[in-house]
Design a protein around this ligand. Sequence first.
Ligand code: 7RM
Length: 635
Amino acid sequence: MSNYHIKHLEEYYQVYRKSVREPENFWEEVAEEHFLWRKKWDSVLEWDFKKPSVNWFKGAKLNITENCIDRHLTTRGNKTAILFEPNNPDEPSEHITYSELYKRVNKFANVLKENGIKKGDRVCIYVPMIPELAIATLACARIGAIHSVVFAGFSATALATRINDSDCKMVITSDGSFRGSKAIDLKGIVDEALDSCPNVTTVLVAKRTGAEVFMKEGRDVWLQPLLDNASNECPAEIMDAEDPLFILYTSGSTGKPKGMVHTTGGYMVYTAYTFKNAFQYTENDVYWCTADIGWITGHSYIVYGPLANGATTVLFEGVPSYPDFGRFWQIVEKHKINQFYTAPTAIRALAKQGTELVDKYDLSSLKVLGSVGEPINEEAWHWYNDTIGKNKSPIIDTWWQTETGGMMITPIPFVTPTKPTYATLPFIGVQPCLMDEEGNELKGNQVSGRLCIKFPWPSMARTIWGNHQRYKETYFSAYENKYFTGDGALRDEVGYYRITGRVDDVIIVSGHNLGTAPIEDAINEHPAVSESAIVGFPHDIKGSALYGYITLKGVGESRNHDNLKKEINQLISDRIGPIAKLDKIQFSEGLPKTRSGKIMRRILRKIASNEIDNLGDVSTLLNPECVQKIIDNRL
Ligand code: 7RM
């Protein structure tokens, strides 16, 4: 039996039990057998959730890029590491082998050094989904610089805030980016941001769109000529296991963005191990995660996890709707994708389009389907399972967070029997628990409460950049000695977990705690409904009542809305109970979403309560234009 590759349910239970009973022995074996260390650790784990302080593999020395690239060169030198699929389907895709990746990362690392970057410096990477994004990230890791990737769809203000918070002295960007039919002036956004970032001395600019851009003398430099002149060899900086690898900002609903700090050794071990098992990746598979590297999903499951396993990972520049809504399926056919990982928001948007654009393509290469980012509702789950997976590709509903670094609760495909809307069982080494509001742990099954984690896992964030106190308050103060996730969950009769939504979004109706996900799930079962979001608003008798915002599919638009409302409430009544019926239903063309596709219930809650004067910052939304329409049509 191998600890590293779980293939049967009995094996899962056996290894899981070991990982809980003897976590240090367990992780030591995984770390020792499957990675390249320049020096082994003095201790596997030292932790204290009160401080909080967590050290994995303390004293160990390594470089993550040697694990992701160098060690594959002898056996996988000619294997494709990164398969780049451009925005425009007529532009050829690019296969970057492990040998080429080695050269390009080393050259880039040398360019960073020549421009004054050294170990511990922060480098902001604001680059679209092109190979340079992954390469710049790895080049920072090569020399021990701390990368802070900012999603290239963020505004100048959002970019400036992040650059200043971690005091980056360099920004890597491109002249522009392609997204669907649009070309975006990224360099212009950087210039605007840098007006308020006095400490940035160098901007490296990659060419992508060929647009003419302003280059500030003494600050801005074209990347390509520097790369052309750089050496192919850059010795890897030897890092401590607990040296920071990167900062990644997570916005949350209030306050300024939190720069989550991830360190090197534990992050590498955990993302590699989860990637291998959650996708059951085998040597010749082609794996595709549609997220952007600007999110944690992209860090862990486009770059580090796959490359640490010597996998072929697809990097897609474009969007699901360009040139039409068949683009994802065309790519699956073209590259014979074996594992496909995306978000519920994309699944719902694609399901809304019907099946014509799916049926055109051969999807028979697919073996595993993944979902991440939000609860996946039952209807979307079935569409994904039937229409995309043809009932033969298990869906892994992977629950995790920027803060957790890697997947925490997820089925292991072909091992864990799946159940729609359930993230199912904790991953090896993860010890979840459910807590009530008084701080008691809810034991046994068929309980629901607040989801916490009782024991450290290797890829947990170690702090918030520059604000350890906030880290402690946000994650370790709600419950003693536990990491609090901010999510609610239930555990069913066999111990499977279902995430019911953010605890902040829970609505109390007549004294009953209602999570958003199960109710939205019932609403989304209606054949005319595409998406929904429910929030509470003040009610004299019930305390709070439910307000539903619902997006219809094409078939719903022509239906009588009063009848639809009755049918939807009947469905909720049948599935959950009359307590969860909606007092108000508003049909809306779109729902406000974050740029990573999560529904922003905070804004809807304010609109429902008529607090439209202080909606907070809506500029970070994916679709700010829908907010005014929702306000105008509010009930
Ligand atoms: C990976 C990522 C984290 C929050 C998390 C949840 C929600 C993520 C699922 C999910 C239900 C899932 N990181 N979430 N995955 N809810 N089922 N499978 O998304 O930091 O951006 O967001 O996302 O609320 O706390 S994140």
